[in-house]
Design a protein. Sequence first.
Length: 402
Amino acid sequence: MKKYALSACISGACLLCTCLSGQNNSVFDQAAKATELSIPASPAFIMLNDNVPSRIQRFASLHDFKVDWSMTNGQQGYTLSPGIALEAQPVWLLMFDRASASRYHKASPLARALSTFSVSVGTQSSNDKNWLAWGTKMNLYRHKDPLNDPDFLNALEAATQGAKDSLLLRIKDLEKEQIRLDRKNSEYDKSYNMLEDSILKVQFEINEVERKQSQRIAEVRDAYVQEHWNMPYLDVAFGRLMTYAQVSNPITQIISDPVTGIDTTISLDQSSLKLNAEGYAVWLSGGIGLGKNVLLSGMVQYGKRPSQLTADIAENMSGGFNLRYGTRRYNFFLEGFLDHSKIQLASFNGAELERRTYVLTLGGDWRISRNVMLTFGIRQTRDFINSTYFIQPLMNVNCLMR
């Protein structure tokens, strides 16, 4: 009976392997979707007092949820104040995340463009306030789309092919030979064990084929990302900035005693969340590759937000550039910005204060793994009109939930 039970287990395992052999398309789809060229910070983090080393983000079409963690508060100074943000692409998750790569390839250009639409929300504490921001971003143009690039898809499909199917057929033939054995034969046990050993050897060969297949897939994917990490792109984004606080609302209630008829007044405190809109921004960013190792990008932004000098709302117009040199794994950048602000001073009968700030950041990106990126930088901020000068260390960790 033990032999028959063992035979049943082996047959079940082989049946499972046969089912898994039909998942080549699944392996292909997973590999094709995991082709993020970068893992940039979310638009919500850009709204949170620009607490990102690089305000000009590289292109990325995120195919999973993403978590951002900031170790600094974005204000002038050296305060360590961690913040967190979440980002996802809802259209992608609803239409293409569980579907095969061919569905995306057959989709309309509008559907593929909408799949890049991302939504993010983040929070940060600084200047004795709790800040909350949300943002959206959408890609308008990208030179290459991995899931719609025939050359990449063909190379990936070739990498998923191998001798696995023939090995599975070999296991089936060996199982049939086991079934055909005559149990009355004195050599039955010896023959059965020899066939079982052959099945195990073939299964080891299948494991080796799968290992080499995974290695080929990774090589194809990494080569594609390396070649196109600095491809031309154009993004548009919008964000809102708010503050929030826990406030207590007193509640007074009169209760009558049913026996004595005496009224008693009870006072309770109920906590609630109070949100205050503090500003908004809309921006356009894009970039172009120069050779294989250089990316030149830029951004223009308009919005309103609290001034860092006063509590009044300032009208801001910003423009900047970013020059990166490196590879998909790591690169260094030099980023310059000009921020022009007009502040209406409520305490001085609406008098206007003008501020022109020059920002220079030296930093870099380090893609620690396929799903984690570390971004760091040192920012210098100089206001020549008001004679102020600051230096800020900044660092973010961005992680795909895969």
